[in-house]
Design a binder for this molecule. Structure first.
Ligand SMILES: *[C@@H]1O[C@H](CO)[C@@H](O)[C@H](O)[C@H]1NC(C)=O
Ligand SMILES: *[C@@H]1O[C@H](CO)[C@@H](O)[C@H](O)[C@H]1NC(C)=O
Ligand SMILES: *[C@@H]1O[C@H](CO)[C@@H](O)[C@H](O)[C@H]1NC(C)=O
Length: 486
């Protein structure tokens, strides 16, 4: 048995021979076992002391609650009796502080300190990755059946060890990170099979329950563009979240699923116009003096939050220039391999300078603190899944941090033959955007919070190639300038 598992980790070694990783040798792995044993002991000591403390608290509590329950329900009548009011006063003056002190008191033997001083930072994500790679390679090289392997069967031998649901979930997550979606899904499904009901409390604590496994499966399928299977997984996830009384997760997933369904309809051209539309096309002259001379064609799509499509605002020469400036240095974004992008400095060319001026005119916002314009190119399948462009600041601050994206501007530099719609899943519409147009939307509501209604996505390109330039307009310093503020 030992030999077999040794070789799993030795297979991991080919990745990195660095001895500082636990995953590189069985000796190091054995020291992890020792750390685990010590942790168990620390935790037991801590739990014992904690239990003593809890017992004492309970004694206090029980007496308080029992007496309170016997008293008159109306407070004024109750305390009118001096035999009640004096003891109440005494308890609050003398007993309550003792109780609080008990709560505050350090525990004997520093069990908590010992537990907290454990340094686990030496065990790295790289370690986990290497161990996972080793396991997957082992399975692949020897052509083992994943599901049998998870149940302890290696070759024809049955071992008395198995992978738990949490183990399989971690493997699936690891594989997804490595862009191995198909294998990831396999392991996530095995994770469901391996789930043990008796471990419900632990899984609830560690957030590795069935709802979370199905959620991960849904997300993985989504990244593989398998939308029907992804929806089915999300539905399962909601079911389990409801069964497990995890109403927060259930409602979060329900919202996500609803947005996803609307988004699909949006992409299929079923919701080309906003529902509550008393909106119209007009000539936009409000941004600056210049616009009174040369008004822009604005199709206002939504009022709150503002969403507008400006037609014919980027000339053919400007479109070409943006593409020329970035073509040779486009790079993959980290997560999505279906598109590439590059930044363009404000002073990169006269065209770019003029484009920035026009964006200021269109939005009435100052671009000084904003991030550079980003040009991106996506081919077939390229998409930007449902996301918010804003970050909710922890504290309300002014001027806002630069990452606080007040508004987004997307310039369309090409026509896509099929697909590539701009979708607003919460507002329920998705539209085709023509070359030369600019889509502008606000991400922040009138009270300065990130506006969930500004959820946005770009549908997968079915045919053709999509060139888009995106400008995130920073909130820095311009709160007062926001045109719609009441
Ligand atoms: C793996 O083993 C399981 C259980 O024995 C079986 O149901 C499944 O079909 C096998 N998968 C493959 C690909 O052979
Ligand atoms: C973009 O590059 C092409 C080919 O190199 C060139 O013909 C065209 O003039 C350039 N466009 C602009 C606006 O610079
Ligand atoms: C743009 O500005 C930066 C810094 O101010 C400067 O280093 C760079 O040379 C400029 N680029 C062009 C094309 O003018």
């Amino acid at each position: 048995m030992m030999n077999l598992w040794c070789s799993i980790f030795l297979l991991g070694m080919t990745n990195a021979m660095d001895s500082k990783y636990y995953a590189t040798s069985t000796r190091e792995m054995a020291s992890l076992l020792q750390i685990e044993d010590e942790l168990i002991e620390n935790m037991r000591d801590y739990a014992k002391e904690l239990q003593l403390k809890v017992d004492k608290m309970r004694i206090f509590q029980k007496e308080w609650i029992t007496r309170r329950a016997l008293g008159h329900p109306d407070p004024t009548t109750y305390v009118a009796n001096p035999l009640v009011s004096f003891p109440l006063m005494r308890r609050m003056y003398a007993d309550a502080p003792k109780l609080l002190n008990l709560a505050r008191r350090e525990m004997k033997g520093g069990a908590l300190q010992k537990l907290l001083s454990r340094d686990l930072t030496g065990i790295s994500a790289q370690d986990l990755k290497m161990a996972a790679n080793g396991l997957i390679r082992f399975q692949g090289v020897y052509g083992l059946n994943e599901s049998e392997m998870a149940n302890g069967k290696l070759y024809d031998k049955q071992y008395n060890s198995r992978l738990s649901a949490a183990d399989c979930l971690a493997l699936g997550t690891h594989l997804e990170d490595q862009q191995k979606g198909k294998l990831a899904c396999k392991w996530l499904r095995i994770s469901i099979d391996q789930y043990e009901k008796s471990l419900d409390p632990v899984n609830r604590l560690l957030k590795t329950g069935r709802s979370q496994i199905y959620e991960k499966l849904g997300l993985t399928l989504l990244s593989m563009h398998d939308l029907p299977a992804s929806q089915a997984a999300f539905k399962k996830s909601i079911e389990w979240a409801s069964k497990d009384d995890n109403s927060d997760l259930a409602s979060h997933l329900k919202d996500n699923l609803a947005h996803m369904l609307v988004h699909l309809d949006n992409c299929r051209g079923k919701n080309p116009t906003p529902k509550n539309s008393a909106l119209r096309c007009r000539y936009f002259t409000e941004g600056s003096l210049f616009l009174r001379l040369a008004p822009l064609k604005l199709e206002q799509l939504n009022v709150e939050p503002f969403i507008g499509l400006f037609h014919d605002v980027i000339s053919t020469a400007e479109q070409e220039d943006l593409i020329n400036l970035t073509k040779s240095r486009l790079e993959h974004k980290q997560v999505d391999l279906s598109s590439v992008e590059a930044e363009v400095a404000v002073n990169a060319s006269d065209h770019v300078v003029r484009i920035h001026q026009r964006i200021e005119d269109m939005t009435g916002l100052n671009l000084a603190a904003s991030e550079p314009l980003t040009v991106s190119n996506s081919g077939i399948g390229g998409q930007d899944f449902i996301h918010l462009d804003c970050k909710q600041p922890v504290e309300f601050v002014e001027p806002f941090i630069p990452e606080y994206h007040t508004a987004t501007v997307m310039l369309f530099l090409s026509d896509v033959q099929m697909g590539g719609y701009a979708s607003f899943p919460d507002l329920g519409f998705g539209l085709r955007t023509n070359r030369g147009s600019a889509l502008v939307w606000h991400n922040i509501d009138n009270s300065g919070n990130c506006d969930i209604r500004s959820l946005q996505a770009t549908c997968p390109v079915l045919l053709g190639t999509q060139w888009v330039a995106r400008k995130w307009i920073s909130g820095s310093g311009q709160w007062r300038r926001k045109p719609c503020r009441k």
